[in-house]
Design a binder for this molecule. Structure first.
Ligand SMILES: Nc1ncnc2c1ncn2[C@@H]1O[C@H](COP(=O)(O)OP(=O)(O)OP(=O)(O)O)[C@@H](O)[C@H]1O
Ligand SMILES: [Mg+2]
Length: 371
């Protein structure tokens, strides 16, 4: 069972103790516009951390400051406890992978990967061995003599990764590296990047606006909202115990209903009463949230076992392969999204069916309505 503590995991602020990379009150403004505001993130050695948030929330700006491609307006960046702001990008010992692969079109795969080492004046024989090793790591050894245009998108992405890894950086920074790839290749590359990152034990910051990517690949996720850190925690923390309505809605689908707290554990929504164990001191107007897949659909009249119950009619059923998405209209016009797995023994319903919905008070999330 997952912990049902109603206490949301709030951003703990940066802790210097075991941090490999530490962002300490980091800020960036462009004129009057604050792109990154008081950002505190501590990344442990060997950890893969996601910077997750919608377009324009400041992810790339943050990554560029870490890489030394742009300077912070205020705050500090520390690596192993040492401030690095005064170091130029090429002295920061960081590997960078961008969304656009930025490969040199006229150079072979091998030369593209070797470039960073040549710039660092690495001796020829050592260089060849290191390039071969990096290409092996991304399984491109056999394509070393090709030009970028002779490669697929996924292969080009792997060249970009090899080029970042070949310098054996202490920190790897990835900015939406998979967004140019089709869904299947993206899945495959997620596994490959995670595998390489773990094998090398390389501390990594992975920028993405894709919640599935963040949840499935990363040790921890820092969710950003308008330049600020909304929450930092493990994928489970973020998904199960969202700290704000923004996090709840951005990471995974969720139902959202306006209601009023009657006492600490009772909410009324349009004349109905529901129980929650997730209220942290809210009273008066609240927003009740429930994940669609935490709602069970059963035949009417089955005993409720202390769970919340609502009756409704299927307004829409959408088959999406492994899941069925239902839109269920409760008798008073309120609609709930429900997801069930297809196949197996799960029963399916269709338009017009009358159903009973059940969900646990532990899955009934409450936020203040003004939040
Ligand atoms: N050089 C700049 N001058 C002015 N504003 C900028 C500059 N660079 C970024 N911004 C603004 O700062 C905000 C954050 O931009 P940033 O590129 O960090 O977003 P992002 O989270 O990476 O978004 P996306 O997912 O679209 O890449 C945006 O509103 C952007 O318009
Ligand atoms: Mg960006």
């Amino acid at each position: 069972m997952l912990a049902t503590s109603p206490v949301a995991t709030q951003a703990p602020g940066a802790e210097e103790g075991d941090a490999h990379l530490l962002l300490d009150h980091l800020q960036k403004s462009f004129g009057d516009f604050q792109a990154v505001e008081d950002l505190n993130v501590s990344v442990r050695r060997g950890e893969l951390i996601a910077l997750l948030g919608p377009s324009g929330c400041g992810k790339t700006t943050t990554l560029r400051m870490i890489a030394g491609l742009s300077s912070a307006t205020s705050g500090r960046i520390l690596v192993d406890g040492r401030e690095i702001q005064s170091l130029p990008a090429h002295d920061r010992d960081m590997g960078l992978v961008f969304q656009s692969y930025a490969l040199f079109p006229h150079m072979s795969v091998e030369r593209n990967v070797a470039f960073g080492l040549e710039m660092r004046g690495i001796a020829r024989d050592q260089l060849k061995a290191r390039v071969a090793k990096a290409l092996e790591l991304v399984q491109l050894g056999h394509l070393a003599q090709r030009r970028p245009r002779e490669l697929s998108g996924g292969q080009q992405q792997r060249v970009a990764l090899a080029r970042a890894l070949v310098i054996e950086p202490s920190i790897l920074l990835l900015d939406e590296p998979l967004s140019n790839l089709d869904a299947k290749l993206r899945d495959q590359m997620r596994v490959e990047i995670r595998d390489i990152q773990q094998r090398l034990g390389i501390t990594s910051v992975f920028v993405t606006h894709d919640q599935v990517e963040a949840l499935s690949m990363c040790d921890r996720i820092a969710v950003m909202d308008k330049g600020r850190l909304a929450q930092i925690g493990t994928p489970q923390d973020i998904y199960e115990r969202p700290a704000t309505p923004f996090v709840a809605e951005f990471v995974g689908r969720i139902n959202k209903l306006p209601g009023q707290m009657r006492d600490n554990s009772t909410i009324t929504v349009a004349e109905r009463t529901f129980k929650t164990t997730r209220n942290v001191g809210e009273s008066g107007d609240v927003t009740m949230m429930i994940r669609p897949h935490r709602i069970e659909m059963v035949k009417r009249g089955t005993p409720s076992d202390g769970r919340n119950v609502a009756h409704g009619t299927i307004a829409r059923a959408t088959y999406v392969g492994d899941i069925l998405e239902y839109s269920v209209e409760l008798t008073d016009g309120v609609t709930l999204a429900v997801e069930t797995a297809t196949g197996g023994h799960s029963r399916t319903f269709s338009h017009g069916d009358e159903v009973e919905l059940r969900w646990s008070p532990d899955d009934t999330i409450v936020f203040g309505a003004q939040a």
